[in-house]
Design a protein around this ligand. Structure first.
Ligand code: SAM
Length: 247
């Protein structure tokens, strides 16, 4: 009975659709955990600490996906607000993929967080409207990186900060060897096993190799107009955090 051409009642269909998205969101988060051995959580935590969220601030989380960074930013600002007072912080996730944001929304809607479907190369925000702009594991996927960096600079207020968390290059030879074995062999195999999608995870590994190393990317960030740009290697350079300021 269950696989015939039976009309699926509306209620049941809604819950089917819901469970499909639940599964894909869970898989996305699970894959992040598996591929990085859970370490992406630590990297995100360091990013938020460096962003130093304050009450009343506006964050734009570019390529924000399911909204991990935006939520962490808001929670941190709220902790400060409870102690020091002031207005609540607000954030907007801007992502090109509607399904990713829908998965994020399913984790709970909240008043201080907005979702906008937009390309990082053409952000639909006014000049000088944000206190903080961040992009986590997103810049690597952007076609015109220089355009996206300029856009993120444009929407920042003077004095505002930019943070970019991205995979980078291991800084020691021993770590590089281990990392090669992990990413060329284990990640595509795990992608097949968990997400039934070897090709996407193969692409992911290759896109990390193609992305410029720490210092080359730092120059791109500076070329977009950011000042006092710093680079922090995370886990021996497996990821890097670039931070810059709009003066
Ligand atoms: N920032 C989230 C995190 O750290 O968990 C999501 C990272 S996910 C690996 C990359 C995200 O970049 C995806 O949600 C994808 O849709 C988004 N993306 C890719 N190209 C983009 C573009 N040109 N503009 C905006 N978002 C983009």
């Amino acid at each position: 009975t269950s696989f015939g051409f039976r009309q699926v009642p509306r209620e049941e269909k809604q819950s089917l659709v819901r469970s499909v998205f639940d599964r894909s969101a869970r898989r996305y988060d699970l894959m992040n955990d598996v591929m990085s051995l859970g370490i992406h959580r630590v990297w995100k935590d360091i990013t938020i600490t460096r962003a130093n969220p304050r009450p009343g601030e506006v964050l734009v989380d570019v390529a924000g996906g399911t909204g991990d960074l935006a939520r962490a930013f808001l929670d941190r600002a709220e902790t400060v607000r409870r102690r020091a007072g002031g207005p609540p912080a607000r954030a907007v996730v801007a992502d090109i993929n509607f399904e990713m944001m829908r998965s994020g929304l399913r984790r709970g809607d909240r008043e201080d967080l907005a979702w906008v479907c937009a390309n990082a190369e053409m952000l639909p925000f006014e000049d000088r409207s944000a206190d903080c702009v961040m992009i986590g594991f997103g810049i690597r996927n952007v076609t015109d990186r220089a355009a996206a960096l300029k856009q993120m600079h444009r929407v920042l207020k003077p004095g505002g900060r930019f943070l970019c968390l991205e995979f980078s290059r291991p800084t020691t030879r021993a770590l590089a060897r281990l990392y090669d074995a992990w990413s060329f062999n284990a990640i595509p195999a795990l992608g097949q096993l968990i997400a039934k999608d070897r090709d996407s995870y193969q692409y992911l590994v290759e896109s990390i190799r193609r992305f410029p190393h720490q210092q080359a990317f730092r120059q791109e960030v500076e070329a977009a107009g950011f000042a006092n740009v710093s680079v922090t290697d995370l886990s021996g350079g497996i990821a890097a955090l670039h931070m810059g300021w709009k003066l």
